[in-house]
Design a protein around this ligand. Structure first.
Ligand SMILES: [Zn+2]
Length: 322
């Protein structure tokens, strides 16, 4: 991901991102209605469980697309999700990158109680699983690891209530990271762009998307996307206050370009949660190691996501489309 303004994106590009936050009114498949999940699930989310997943995943070493570490992680995710009653599909594709063509794999998961494809489910919850490729060993404990651990624990908690699990599609995005220093229009977000493109061919679209990234370090503010629908913002602000984060939980000052943007551009209103990575001295450095991730922070984020699923407002009413 990157802070749009901090990296001096041309303003036109930024405006372009924002102007496509909502689905064109008269085009595309039917958007599903919000179908909330059970309210009591959030207290079941265990930060210790999520942390154990992060620890195991970090143990596979660097996990850039198509690497040995990535393949080991992918097998682990498939096995872990199967243990929780989720069926997985590898969404494979090849894309042109500044380093030439690369084979990417998104992992899509639906609970056994959920409708199969091609229908969408009411909610998408996603995060990226790839780590940025560097010449030094970069294990991305917080950047790539933390969100993956939270998603796996979410899979376990949701599976305790199959009716709730049936409303959620978990998407583990590959290729979020750019091959060059920053995300551009043609480098980075490979997996989420491909997923959004394929999703657009489904007969129905999700009511809402939740994307999390770099959520493991309690020493930094947690931000949500300022372009999220007003109805989402007011709900998540209230629910965030309940979690008593060590540092402020608030809207990011600038929009951040991350895996939620292709979903938003396709017409899915999204909530994006991300730690204040620009202030983390270890961001995209060798120091992004397991000690930066804390179980209590993973727990608060996981519980916030579950509370949001239980309370998310109807996006049609929430998104103030002009
Ligand atoms: Zn990154």
């Amino acid at each position: 991901m990157k802070p749009a303004a901090a990296l001096l994106l041309p303003l036109a590009c930024l405006a372009g991102v924002l102007s496509h936050c909502s689905k064109p009114k008269d085009a595309g498949p039917e958007q599903l209605q919000v179908d909330n999940t059970k309210t009591e699930l959030s207290s079941e989310f265990s930060g210790a469980n999520a942390f154990a997943h992060v620890e195991r995943i970090v143990g596979y070493g660097p996990r850039p697309p198509a690497s040995e570490g990535f393949e080991k992680m992918l097998s682990d995710l498939e096995k872990s999700l199967a243990d929780f009653g989720w069926k997985t599909t590898r969404q494979k594709f090849r894309a042109a990158t500044p380093d030439g063509p690369v084979d990417f794999t998104n992992l899509l998961a639906r609970h056994g109680s959920a409708k199969p494809e091609p229908d969408s489910l009411p909610f998408i919850i996603g995060g990226h699983i790839d780590t940025k490729k560097f010449s030094f060993p970069f294990v991305g404990a917080n950047d790539g690891g933390s969100s993956t651990g939270v998603l796996l624990e979410l899979a376990r908690v949701l599976s305790t209530d199959p009716a709730s699990a049936a409303k959620v599609e978990l998407v583990f995005f590959d290729g979020e990271e750019a091959f060059r220093p920053g995300i551009t229009a043609t480098d980075g977000l490979y997996g989420s762009k491909y997923f959004a493109q394929k999703m657009a061919t489904r007969p129905t679209w999700p009511a809402a998307g939740i994307v999390i990234d770099i959520v493991g370090d309690p020493d930094y503010e947690l931000h949500f996307n300022p372009e999220t629908p007003e109805g989402f913002a007011s709900v998540v602000e209230r629910l965030g206050a309940k979690q008593n984060f060590t540092k402020p939980f608030k809207a990011s000052v600038f929009p951040v370009i991350d895996d939620h943007v292709p979903l938003q551009n396709a017409g899915v209103p999204c909530l994006h949660l991300i730690g204040q990575f620009g202030s983390m001295p270890y961001w995209h450095k060798e120091g992004d190691t397991l000690d930066k991730v804390k179980p209590e922070m993973l727990e608060k984020v996981g519980r916030l996501v579950l509370d949001f699923l239980a309370e998310a407002p109807q996006p049609a009413a929430a998104s103030a489309e002009e």
